[in-house]
Write a protein that binds this ligand. Structure first.
Ligand code: NDP
Length: 240
């Protein structure tokens, strides 16, 4: 590897934003380890992208799986330079729908999954004296609307955890939060409450391509070591 090539781990790389991040960074010559549960999707992405992208099965709700994911990357290249905590779910609903399993799944993936990633990568970053955490939060980390209470709660938490990490980390470690607006992906497909699903079809009518978020990740990680891009919000121009 050249000094500019980084070992980058991307969680939730089987579709949408994570797939776009993995593809863009692999295309730029970085060594990308792409994780998700649907490994068939990861292998198809690797075939399209080339030798720089390595699929690894990953369930971010399981700390053992996340540790193995980070270890796999380290075994392959001897480094772990960037962890993009991207995996997320968004089964929106009103609180009076009482969809407790869906609320818990958002907490498990969007919050616990992020914490598992931090816990697995931080020891490598500390030992190396360098590293970069990138959290894919959301505009939902900055606003709450009806049906988004739990999802926004998880994204506010992701924002807060990442900001705390930035403040606590050794200055050799960089920390970035990227908050997308509406982006084309499978994210809204898991909404089971009919009212929330209908509202999202209207809300998501003007979406931008996932590569817009990948470009923001690329910008953050390719800055010189002394530059830490703390936060980026990327919305469609038409989104207010
Ligand atoms: P997608 O549904 O297209 O992608 C979600 C990804 O997360 C998939 O690759 C999925 O992989 C993965 N994932 C879900 N659960 C797990 C798990 N337990 N373990 C590992 N991976 C998991 O949605 P997006 O690309 O849109 O979402 C990516 C991120 O962007 C999320 O954090 C989302 O909240 C955020 N975001 C998206 C916006 C949008 O408009 N699209 C707006 C704001 C934020 P698999 O199922 O194969 O495991």
């Amino acid at each position: 590897m050249t000094t500019k090539q980084k070992t980058v781990l991307v969680t939730g790389a089987s579709s949408g934003i994570g797939a776009a991040i993995a593809a863009r960074l692999a295309g730029a010559g970085h060594h990308v380890v792409a994780g998700a549960r649907r490994t068939d999707r990861l292998h198809a992405l690797a075939e399209r992208t080339g030798d720089n992208l390595h699929p690894v099965q990953l369930d971010v709700t399981d700390p053992v799986s996340v540790t193995a994911f980070v270890e796999a990357a380290h075994r392959r290249t001897g480094r772990v330079d960037v962890l993009v905590n991207n995996a997320g779910v968004m089964p929106l609903s009103r609180l009076d729908s009482l969809l407790l399993d869906e609320w818990n799944s958002m907490i498990d993936v969007n919050v616990r999954g992020l914490l598992h990633g931090i816990a697995s990568a931080l020891p490598y970053f500390t030992a190396q004296g360098s590293g970069h955490f990138v959290t894919i939060a959301s505009v939902g980390a900055h606003e709450v609307v009806p049906t988004s209470a739990v999802y926004s709660g998880t994204k506010y938490a992701a924002w807060a955890i990442t900001e705390g990490l930035r403040q606590e980390c050794d200055p050799s470690i960089r920390v970035t939060t990227i908050s997308p607006g509406v982006v084309t992906s499978e994210l809204a497909d898991s909404i089971t409450e009919p009212g929330a699903a209908q509202a999202m079809r209207t809300y998501r009518a003007h979406a931008i391509a996932p590569d817009a978020i990948a470009a923001a990740v690329s910008f953050a990680i390719e800055q010189p070591d002394a530059v830490d891009v703390n936060e980026i919000v990327v919305r469609p121009t038409r989104q207010r």
